[in-house]
Design a protein around this ligand. Structure first.
Ligand code: PEP
Ligand code: MN
Length: 336
């Protein structure tokens, strides 16, 4: 951190700032210019920069190191590649996850999974605990939903992902799922993130509705600092002033995160747009921008879906899209 003192700050003020940071375990490196004195504050401890900004004579405090460490490429320069059921996310690999928003019945999952399997999908999604905005909306089948998801996945040799909402649900989830999904609304549920740090299964961390990239990476840092190194970041659209789509897909988040972090970044075009006809173009945009994977909502009968039917693809539509995406991947030197 660099502390820039006000022009011609008195020696007394400079010494008080130095004393302040030293008391908190930092070293001070002083550089005296003609007008300004700059104090380099070096150390491993955490300090709130506002505490320094408020000191007498301080003009500005500039942070020069990032607050995240384990998620950063400085810590690990090479891409992290996460493999689930033979499907890889990261590096030159693009992983595909597809399935309905929610598990509704065995038949619905079975029919959807069979069609997805036939189009080459090996990781099935399906929510069993749904974070709905309205308490009157379908809340999911709970553990029964996880059982159906697992049973159907086993029938087709598929892996599964589903959203975990609370710390006390983790042991139950570990019995049924291969990837634990943290939903956008829980991105800053720090107790949940800490507990997922102790898990030894991949976690798909969705970006919060209004989260900055730095906040999203800090949430990943929570999981990694607990010892779990398998975090898949999922961009699912953020809230902006635009209301023609459910959210605004932040495509630039892909290259931005990939430059800072070694973790795979995947895209959810379904929740990002909320509209079926926007899913294919946004999936293609994601692949073109270098995404390490996609998670797409597909339902055997979207018109009767209990949740998110309008953004769910028909299985045939998905099959076509998946073919196009595979062709597109070649252009960016990646493979599904
Ligand atoms: C979901 O994937 O079903 C979901 C609820 O997504 P998000 O948390 O991104 O809204
Ligand atoms: Mn959904």
């Amino acid at each position: 951190m660099l502390i820039v003192m006000q022009s011609h700050a008195s020696e007394d003020k400079i010494q008080k700032v130095i004393e302040f940071i030293k008391q908190r375990g930092f070293d001070a490196h002083i550089s005296r210019g003609e007008d300004h004195t700059v104090i380099g504050c070096v150390g491993r401890k955490i300090i709130d920069k506002r505490d320094i900004e408020l000191l007498d004579g301080v003009k500005e405090v500039i942070r020069i190191t990032s607050p995240y460490k384990l998620v950063s490429r400085v810590f690990k320069p090479d891409n992290t590649i996460i493999e689930v059921n033979g499907i890889k996310f990261g590096g030159t690999h693009i992983g595909m996850i597809a399935g309905p928003c929610s598990v509704e019945t065995y038949e619905q999952m079975d029919e959807t999974a069979e069609k997805l399997y036939n189009s080459g999908v090996r990781i099935l999604r399906g929510g069993a605990f749904k974070p709905r905005t309205s308490p009157y909306a379908f809340q999911g089948l709970g553990e029964e939903g996880l059982k159906i998801l697992r049973k159907v996945a086993d029938k087709y040799n598929m892996a599964v992902t589903s959203e975990v909402m609370e710390v006390n649900q983790i042991p139950m989830f570990l019995k049924y799922v291969d990837i634990l999904q943290v939903g956008a609304r829980n991105m800053q549920n720090f107790n949940l993130l800490k507990s997922l740090g102790e898990v030894r299964k991949p976690v798909m961390l969705k970006r919060g509705l209004s989260a900055t990239i730095e906040e999203w990476l800090m949430s990943a840092e929570y999981i990694m600092s607990g010892g779990n190194r398998e975090v898949i970041l999922c961009e699912r659209g953020i809230r902006t002033f635009e209301n023609m789509t459910r959210n605004t897909l932040d495509i630039s988040a892909i290259p931005v995160v990939q430059k800072i972090s070694h973790l795979p970044v995947i895209v959810d075009p379904s929740h990002a747009t909320g509209l079926r006809d926007k899913v294919a173009p946004m999936s293609k945009a994601a692949v073109a921008a270098g995404a390490d994977g996609l998670v797409i909502e597909v339902h055997n009968n979207p018109d009767c879906a209990l949740c998110d039917g309008a953004q769910s693809l028909y299985p045939e539509e998905f099959a076509e899209l998946f073919k196009d995406l595979k062709a597109l991947a070649v252009v960016v030197k990646k493979t599904f």
